[in-house]
Design a protein around this ligand. Structure first.
Ligand SMILES: C[S@@+](CC[C@H](N)C(=O)[O-])C[C@H]1O[C@@H](n2cnc3c(N)ncnc32)[C@H](O)[C@@H]1O
Length: 205
């Protein structure tokens, strides 16, 4: 954590003033615009394309690998984006401890690690505990979008969402709205792997 504080961040990198206390969304972007969060944003191609398409919305990527974070921040800086930042942290920790309640308008979890071995399933992000955390940070009416190429992880997420019950499943076709393909989606589709996608909504208050 000390190492993270001492590093000189790029303009588009968000470093909270305290990594152990909740931040306010004004600390990230001070314009009060709707906030979208991309968990495990990888090379940031989805995040940046979204920020370019929707300048009236804010986009925060969360990524644990320093090299990727630096690259994403540099790309966003070079593109002159004021509505796009990246935070180097672990996704679940950030959602559980740092985001305020009712602060996110749309949450993206795209091509996360499927942890295919049975003994690693407990490492999968989508579990009841995680869903309770996202329920807390999503605003009423906010959405959760998920994509995977992994059929068994897809079934797992469907079951977890059914068990959770609090969110409503929404239709999501490729032409429902602008939604660029991520870096991993492009790679997997090139290998002939079909993608599976899910979209849920937290009920309006
Ligand atoms: C399979 S890649 C997908 C990247 C991107 N979403 C895409 O679709 O191109 C998963 C990414 O999530 C990051 N990641 C994995 N687990 C994470 C976690 N617990 N917290 C933050 N980032 C994580 C990895 O470093 C990697 O960049």
């Amino acid at each position: 954590m000390e190492e993270m504080k001492q590093r000189e961040p790029e303009n588009c990198e968000f470093m909270p003033s305290d990594y152990f206390a909740q931040f306010t969304t004004d600390e990230i972007f001070d314009n009060g615009a709707p906030l979208e969060v991309d968990l495990g944003c990888g090379d940031g191609s989805f995040l940046i394309a979204m920020a370019q398409k929707y300048p009236e919305r804010n986009f925060l990527g969360i990524e644990r690998l320093l090299g990727r974070v630096k690259k994403v921040a540099k790309k966003a800086d070079r593109a002159g984006l004021k509505n796009c930042k990246v935070l180097r942290l672990e996704s679940k920790y950030t959602i559980e401890y740092l985001f305020p309640e009712n602060s996110i308008d749309r949450l993206h979890l795209l091509c996360p690690d499927p942890w295919p071995k049975a003994r690693h399933h407990r490492r999968r992000l989508v579990q009841q505990d995680f869903l309770n955390c996202i329920d807390k940070v999503l605003k009423p009416g906010a959405e959760f979008c998920f994509k995977t190429d992994h059929p068994e992880y897809f079934e797992w997420v469907c079951e977890e969402m059914d068990t959770f019950k609090k969110f409503t499943k929404l239709e999501w076709n490729d032409d429902t709205f602008f939604y660029p393909k991520t870096d991993f989606q492009v790679q997997w589709e090139a290998e002939g792997k079909p993608m599976h996608q899910l979209r849920y909504q937290k009920p309006e208050a």
